[in-house]
Write a protein that binds this ligand. Structure first.
Ligand SMILES: [Fe+2]
Length: 227
């Protein structure tokens, strides 16, 4: 496989795409992660489940007394936003409004902010998250502290994401693609230290909290039966 092609961004997509768009490299995942994740489940959990690992108790750092309350407050609002969006998506697809919302009930939803240590991974071109799509239903992000998230459009074009202040971005995951028989496709994306990232952080070797959220899995809204 040519390292400059993007497996999964096609092949149907690649056939429709100009050589320029297809040959823009995707960044492959690194052997070791340059992202730090913390995850907290959000919303009601099932009393009985065949998948207990999906509903594991969160790790709470004792150094942050307000950790749980803050994460729950934030996560509940994100979950509510996506719940509304799931209803809108169903209406847009000519389905009963609660079609997706009912499936999301008691799902293993995760609030999962990510960050990266710029003293180690701050150089131009550093791959913080290799290109991929999300396996969940929908992923919602707030505005990140630093630029660096790139997405692929349906025609194969790669573009930088710029989230206006006060806005959210929502990405389709593989579960939504399955549920709509491919009508809505999971979006490929990656996180790379770009010129804009370098300019934003200046000469500081700080922690790039790509949260409220560059990368992904912010709120991984999942349909429990499919995960
Ligand atoms: Fe992702």
């Amino acid at each position: 496989m040519n390292r400059w092609t993007c497996p999964g961004v096609g092949p149907e997509t690649q056939k429709k795409t100009s050589p320029v768009a297809v040959t823009r490299s995707c960044s492959f995942p690194l052997a070791s992660s340059s992202l730090i994740h913390t995850r907290r489940r959000i919303g009601p959990q099932p009393k009985e489940t065949n998948y207990p690992a999906l509903n594991a108790s969160p790790v709470v750092p004792p150094e942050f007394p307000a950790w749980g309350a803050t994460m729950d407050m934030w996560g509940t609002k994100m979950l509510a936003s996506v719940h509304t969006l799931a209803g809108m998506a169903a209406v847009g697809l000519d389905l009963p409004p609660a079609s997706f919302q009912d499936l999301l009930h008691e799902g293993p939803h995760l609030l999962a902010p990510t960050g990266s240590d710029f003293s180690k991974y701050g150089a131009l071109g550093s791959v913080l998250a290799g290109y991929h799509y999300d396996l969940n239903f929908l992923t919602i992000h707030g505005k990140s502290r630093f630029p660096g998230l790139f997405v692929w459009l349906k025609n194969g074009t790669r573009m930088a994401v710029k989230v206006p202040t006060g806005h959210l971005i929502v990405q389709a995951g593989k579960q939504l693609e399955h549920l709509t028989a491919g009508h809505v496709q999971a979006g490929f994306h990656e996180v790379v230290v770009s010129d804009a990232t370098v300019r934003a952080k200046g000469g500081q070797a700080l922690w790039g909290l790509f949260q409220p959220c560059l990368p992904c899995w912010l709120t991984g809204l999942c349909v429990p039966q499919i995960v």
